[in-house]
Write a protein that binds this ligand. Structure first.
Ligand code: ADP
Length: 547
């Protein structure tokens, strides 16, 4: 009989993260730019006390363990308190993305059976519109103080967050319970079909926080000043509210102020060293610093993920601003981090150009995640950096099933058990660096060959006149599909179709060069800041390719 370990089985609970931060980094600041535009400062010690008060206030609503507390809120200290107060008291924090269509917000709140909705003042009109469509929500809490409460509202019994918190004494002991209890829910954006809920557990969230803070992952330490640009409604801000507590670093929350100027000022004034966000937010920030000939004085590194980081952006940040770019891949179903691109000791000896090409990849898995690429028959493909196949993953913070969906999303891999199919197409090289070639639904299938839309976009983004570019498939009588490039020019730039196409010469195989270029004022983005390929394909459905 196996000899069992004789160690304490202390459950991995989210409340332990903030307790640790309060005890060991109690004086470290959390700074928030509020919806009102002013700055709020307090410490991890204050945050933990107020999170306990939030837990007490929620308990007065007569909720039961497992009940969902929803939020519609920007990155800020009150949102952080709800993260900890709800999850820590065995309720489930359900962050809703306010950028979704209003009907989707209501659909998600109903699907999750939310009982409480806490929201920022900027979403008052949205919530007023939706109240009659969310009958399950019994308590509405406006995340503000008495002075900022509306004189009139159609929301029945609207409560004031600060009043609820101030009424409590904080004499609350975080309860201990099974670490596999649900801590939070995030819905996928549902680009196809209805959104689906990923239900994270305390255990999965704590393990994700541990793993993602490691030096070869996000490399967080107590000396960092972390500004998560990625919203707390987008997969828990990539776990940063949790990993920041583990290391006890200063946190800076930008609220709704995500334009280049506001971000830059916050970075400089608060001494931000580390940030994380999707490529589109860096476009705005880089435009602002570029136009105003500014430099960053403390900003050292950033995680970029959520969609492919264009190599041109990576180079600008590294070469012009001295900011290390950590390209990362993940998804809602992975809490979200799967891989990050950090050079190994061996790779650091390579010429800089080769290093750059490695950094452009989505990187290596964090311990805790396993990955493989498989062919259409479910057989594993070699790790040779060339064989592209369907990317599958498994691990301690990968979903097993979706909220209230009986059908399992998992697939069998020949001889290797069950895995989660990501819907991405990728290669893995001999060093274990994964590179996404495309989302399977975005691949351009030309005459039986695949063209990577990411490759085409990366080249376009390297042109100095291009602000943003998207490559989509367009129906073609002979080749089934051919690439069409949709471009937003930088302001005041003259760039023709011919110049754009000529830029591809020598940078990619001739047959992969787009057949046509269209210039638009704006490219549509999803609620999480990614290019909406589905909408673009719809928009250009009847576009006639030349020739
Ligand atoms: P959704 O976009 O559906 O809301 P997620 O935010 O979970 O869902 O996005 C996950 C998807 O985003 C991945 O499956 C992948 O297609 C894409 N993605 C994430 N990071 C990267 C990256 N670094 N490079 C390319 N694609 C990425």
């Amino acid at each position: 009989m196996a000899l069992m370990g004789q160690m304490m089985a202390m459950p991995l609970l989210i409340s332990s993260l903030i307790q640790h931060a309060a005890r060991h980094s109690g004086d470290t600041e959390i700074v928030s730019k509020r919806v009102e535009g002013d700055l709020h400062r307090y410490t991890w010690r204050d945050a933990e006390l107020r999170s306990r008060k939030v837990a007490q206030a929620l308990a007065r609503f007569g909720l039961e363990a497992g009940d969902r507390v929803a939020t519609l809120a920007w990155n800020g200290y009150r949102h952080l308190e709800i993260y900890y107060g709800a999850s820590g008291s065995q309720l489930v924090c359900h962050t809703i993305n306010p950028r979704l269509f209003p009907e989707q917000v209501a659909w998600i709140a109903n699907d999750a059976q939310d009982k409480v909705l806490c929201f920022d003042a900027s979403f008052l009109p949205l919530v007023e519109k939706l109240v009659s469509h969310m009958p399950g929500i019994k308590h509405y809490v406006l995340m503000t103080d008495r002075a900022h409460m509306p004189a009139q509202t159609s929301i029945p019994g609207l409560l004031c967050y600060e009043e609820l918190v101030e009424a409590e004494d904080g004499q609350y002991v975080w309860p201990s319970f099974d670490e596999n209890t649900a801590s939070s829910i995030c819905y996928t954006s549902g680009t196809t079909g209805h959104p689906k809920g990923a239900v994270y557990s305390h255990r999965s969230s704590v393990l994700h926080a541990y793993g993602s803070a490691l030096p070869d992952a996000m490399d967080c330490s107590s000396k960092d000043v972390v500004l998560p640009v990625v919203p707390m409604f987008h997969v828990n801000a990539w776990g940063l509210p949790y990993s920041a507590a583990i290391v006890g670093c200063k946190l800076v929350f930008p609220g709704p102020h995500l334009d280049g100027k506001s971000l830059y000022e916050l970075f400089e004034n608060e001494g931000v060293t580390f940030s994380a966000g999707v490529p589109t937010v860096w476009l705005g920030l880089l435009n602002y610093v570029g136009q105003n000939k500014l430099k960053f004085s403390t900003f050292k590194r950033t995680v970029i993920g959520g969609s492919a980081c264009p190599p041109a952006m990576l180079r600008t940040l590294m070469d012009d601003y001295g900011v290390e770019v950590i390209h990362a891949w993940g998804m809602t179903e992975l809490s979200p981090l799967g891989t990050l691109s950090k050079l190994t000791a061996k790779q650091l000896e390579l010429p800089v150009e080769e290093q750059r090409r490695i950094l452009e990849k989505q990187g290596k898995v964090i311990y805790g995640i396993d990955m493989a690429v498989i062919d259409d028959e479910g057989k594993p493909l070699p790790w040779d950096g060339a064989s592209a196949g369907n990317l599958v993953v498994r691990g301690s913070w990968v979903i097993d099933s979706y909220f209230q969906q009986p059908a399992s999303p998992l697939v069998e891999v020949a001889g290797m058990g069950t895995w989660f199919p990501t819907g991405d197409v990728a290669t893995i090289d001999a060093d274990g660096f994964m590179q996404i070639t495309d989302r399977s639904k975005d691949v351009i299938k030309s005459g039986g060959e695949w063209i990577s839309s990411i490759d085409l976009e990366n080249i376009a983004m390297a042109h100095p006149g291009v602000h943003e570019a998207a490559a989509i498939s367009c129906a073609h009588p002979k080749w089934d599909e051919r690439p069409l490039l949709v471009v937003v020019r930088k302001p005041g730039v003259e760039l023709t179709r011919e110049e754009m196409l000529a830029f591809y010469e020598g940078r990619i195989a001739k047959w992969q060069i787009p057949d046509d270029v269209v210039f638009v004022d704006e490219i549509p983005h999803t609620a999480t800041g990614k290019i909406q390929k589905l909408k673009l394909r719809e928009q250009f459905k009847s576009h006639r390719l030349p020739g």
